[in-house]
Design a protein around this ligand. Sequence first.
Ligand code: MN
Length: 231
Amino acid sequence: MAYVIDPQPQPSVPVAGTEDRFPVRRIFCVGRNYAAHAREMGKDPDREPPFFFTKPADAVIENGATIPYPPETENFHYEAELVVAIGRGGVNIPESEALDHVWGYAAGNDLTRRDLQQTAKDMGRPWDWGKAFDNSAVIGPIHPVSATGHFPDGAIRLSVNGTVKQDADLSEMIWSTPEVIAILSRTMTLKPGDLIMTGTPAGVGALRPGDTVTVSIAGLPDLTTTIGDRA
Ligand code: MN
């Protein structure tokens, strides 16, 4: 057997402090997981069940990259998020065992074409064009749980050109990491290599060509991205 075209390389992100890499399977993202962000998006933050969207694995971008300002948007947003890296898969994972499935954590930036997302919401269409475009998943080096422990709380901040735009605490997540894993595993088979972007706090806003955006999560190194010219 031979592939009739070259298979794509396995998308991956670095593991902190080593030459090793974490292979990425799927990227699940939690929508509206901080009450203040739900309010700024015009939604009631009552504890309705969490919902998810996805990004393709090859949308991953590493720390320090310069990415082109994406096409077809005039409102390109940052979203600072804690990223959970799944090391052991499962279905119907109990909340009490969920953290045993986590290999590590990273800082992330869920880049969003907000205008295309809003159009999709208004027209009842899928979010993919607003969320799942090229270079849309900025993921920092993955830190193994064995080195950092888990992240039930701790500061999460984002700055643009040195000005703080998002400033919150991971404990403000409406749905905790164990709850997200348990709920997600009831509807999708989680597998090793899956990443979960756990949602962003309030303060989302626009990026422009030339901006430098930095995500800071207590216990993880800063994650920095520069926005280049329009693609
Ligand atoms: Mn997000």
